[in-house]
Design a protein around this ligand. Sequence first.
Ligand code: HEM
Length: 409
Amino acid sequence: MAREDVTSFAPDAPGMSLDPYPAFAELREKDPLHRSDLGYWVVSRHEDVRGVLMGRDSFGQGDFVENIRLFYGPDFDVLGQRSYKWLSEVFLMQDPPHHTRVRGMVTGALTAKRVRAMEGRICEIADELIDAMLAAGSADLITDFAYQLPVRVMCDMLGIDPEDPRLPAVIGAIAQSFIVFEARALTDTELATANEQISILQAFFEDLFEQRMAEPRDDLATALVQSGGNEDSLSHDELVTVAIGLFGAGFETTAHMIGNAVLSFARFPDEWAKLVADPSGMAAGAVDETLRFESSLIATYRTALAETQLRGETILPGEKVLTLIGAGNRDPRVFDDPDRFDIARDARGHLSFGGGIHFCAGAELARLEGRVAFEQLARRIPTLKADASNPQWRDGFLFRGLSSLPVSW
Ligand code: HEM
């Protein structure tokens, strides 16, 4: 049971999207192992979030169907929904050995060498986008820069033509189908839309892989198609599932990171001044501090695989635990003055790339994109100002990012 003086956690509680941090602090300080009325546990201290994500014998992904039925009831036809069927096959949602096999293929194709080789191209893309903003005289940082940069990087990596007329629909489909990650029952309309949008994504990536099989190129799609070559190779359907996950994970969270940084700089102008004074020296620290302070993925979840004792309570096998990354990142036991955005601090202990066997496969790429984006913005638009008075947060709880952020200079 939740402590009587602590409000039961709900991801869609009023005020949560505007500012979840007061509710996170209350849980972290008063009820660190919280039992939500929604039927799952919630952990919020840095040590516990990390412990659950790292504890591979005690926690994992468990039974996908049962986990989703927790939100909808025991008769819900989970795998009859195209979007949940897709999610059930995403390797992030799986335990070893299946997870190990697919993750190995992905990290094998997304090598550090391939990522490092992208730096020059990422600079070029950032510069082109900044040129366009400067020429226009005003901009919306989210649509004109924060989304464009990682989308173009992922297009480059996967070998997708950025001028492909289907691309805007594909990008929109990611947000509308990734809602299935949320830890709650979707409305009928949300679920119907997610099912429809996942079909758009499947058709797009099936087509891409067919083209690469017929005409290989030097891109990640070709590397994925060619990976393996033995009985362990990914099937065509698995490839499509992986590509949708990679493409979406590759731009959605990175776009939010860039937007959340510019908003945080607007709220803490001294930090922007520090970055402008030394762009190449401060940009890497700014990336980690943004991830800590305003993470673009503020929670994830696990299922207990074995009976586990935590903070004097027993978590039973099959029970679900929501790990509040955004709360752990502001735990005063780990970070001094945690509600202050400070790009000079050592923020590398943040939890925003997760931990353990599911540690973010794109962390190096995201860091590189962030570093280049912040360096180039500070260098080329040192007078950049964002309107932080009324930030427009997107719907949804897990993925935290803005839908719009007007900027001037
Ligand atoms: C700022 C940007 C990003 C953030 C905050 C982020 C965050 C995360 C987190 C927290 C996880 C673990 C989730 C869990 O354990 O439940 C994860 C996993 C993953 N991320 Fe990222 N990510 C980012 C960018 C990227 C990029 C650029 C890519 C790919 C190009 C990517 C690909 C993946 C994949 C494939 C996984 C699944 C790994 C597995 O299950 O083994 N991410 N990410």
